[in-house]
Design a binder for this molecule. Sequence first.
Ligand SMILES: Cc1cc2nc3c(=O)[nH]c(=O)nc-3n(C[C@H](O)[C@H](O)[C@H](O)COP(=O)(O)OP(=O)(O)OC[C@H]3O[C@@H](n4cnc5c(N)ncnc54)[C@H](O)[C@@H]3O)c2cc1C
Length: 509
Amino acid sequence: MSAVDLDDVVVVGAGPVGSGLALLLADRGRSVVVVERHPEAYPLPRAVHFDDETARILQACGVGDALPGLSEPADVYEWRNADGLVLLRFALGEQGASGWPSANMFNQPDLEAELHRRLVTHPNVTLRRATEAVSFDQDADSVRLTVRCAGRDEVLAARFVVGCDGANSTIRRQIDPPVEDHGFFFDWLIVDVELHEPQVFDPVNLQVCDPTRPTTAVSGGPGRRRWEFMCLPGESLDSLDEVARAWELLEPWDVTPQNATMVRHAGYRFSARWATRWREGRVLLAGDAAHLTPPFAGQGMCAGLRDAVNLAWKLDHVLARPEAEALLATYETERIPHAAQVIQFAIDLGKVICVPDPDEAAARDAAMSAAAADGTATPGPAMPPLEAGILAPGTPAVGELFVQGRISRQGSEAPARFDDVVGAGWRLVTDGPIGLPDGPVRWFGSIGGAVVAIGAPDTADVDGTYRRWFDAHGVVAALQRPDFHVFGTATDEAGVTSLLDELRRRLGG
Ligand SMILES: Cc1cc2nc3c(=O)[nH]c(=O)nc-3n(C[C@H](O)[C@H](O)[C@H](O)COP(=O)(O)OP(=O)(O)OC[C@H]3O[C@@H](n4cnc5c(N)ncnc54)[C@H](O)[C@@H]3O)c2cc1C
């Protein structure tokens, strides 16, 4: 097979993670084929929450303008016991550091429809539906993926293949990595409804830690609600997963066939596990194919989109510079511990609610309500920083997410989010103009980097986001990675030059 037949990347699976990854690569000029076994988009709701970091990633995928219309912000996430006593109260705040509301409630099919709208019109993407990945083989330069379409097998060839093919991933099965399983699994009934008229639910997002029926009651996006009911010991999920039973469980919430339409009811077994290897040569895993989390932190899809934004710039870099292939190892060293920590957080939350034993629940209530009694809300969950990988250790804020504020450029019509004005990619954000030697700046430009001087005569820090950030960290510059994490920071011009040199060294020249 000649090199001209090769696409850059074949993505297996057009769920949110595969679609997001394909768009991030295609926007960098990469040729991407997406194979999806289903002939039509998957129509049923699953995820209902994404955070501000995920919103920024979706903004990078080119669907930012659609997010306000398909989601609604949530300011509170409350955990109560059977008597209504508050056990835990997350105050989510309106605006997250990434420049979007810190909690956004939505309907997954609406988001996937937006991503697919972009996929099918993107000149660098070929979306092949009703096409199932069967197996792969690879050599040092390329991967051949056998796919089945209308009963016939065909071979696609690419530099890289990424399995974004969900929990039952065919690609993962062939890689056969070890799996870390926390043995934390419970059966739940999921019920999604569309309300005929607006109804107020206060708080908008609630966990009812009632041992007689642990229940989740949250927004499912504009005009929709989601309930989740835990299957009790001795009860069968099949008996719970019945339409009449689902209406019966909704009745105490004043939700009936007269005021709502049931979009679906489905039984799920939530589990907590992840593959401990996400790569075999030129074949990689992302999203649910690599990790599964209980839903209590609303982070499964968010984690998958973090995989996508981490992997996209690394694949792009290596496609341009094959000699830098070692960079791909950092996908696993950065993402696996991060995903594992997020799963552990979801397990910790799950342990609060998945308690059907009354004595255990009473002990939990006593311990937690005392802590909650002073009325102080817990801040919304903060994502852990990156701990190892492409980072300049020893500088303030290294590995943390960088902020996104609104900026305005002289002559432009209105303030807008940073990425919409200057684009995503490597960004050296400085506190005012800074003098830098030509060589490092030229090299930085060659990897798609740009220097953005905030507060310079033509770039206003509209809400003071950057002023506050620089002051809080005592630095004059932050080098932001294309996935929005801080590579490193500097306190003076010499430090900035050293940062660029360090980045060059870490990326392999
Ligand atoms: C009840 C529930 C609630 C949830 N709540 C949240 C939440 O609030 N927040 C959150 O962030 N996450 C949540 N999640 C998790 C979230 O839905 C998933 O993490 C997300 O859908 C994973 O996206 P993905 O693209 O990795 O996989 P999927 O969405 O599963 O997509 C995989 C795609 O690959 C295709 N495919 C599979 N095999 C092949 C093959 N061999 N060839 C070609 N195509 C193939 C499938 O048809 C599918 O389209 C929830 C999940 C559930 C079930």
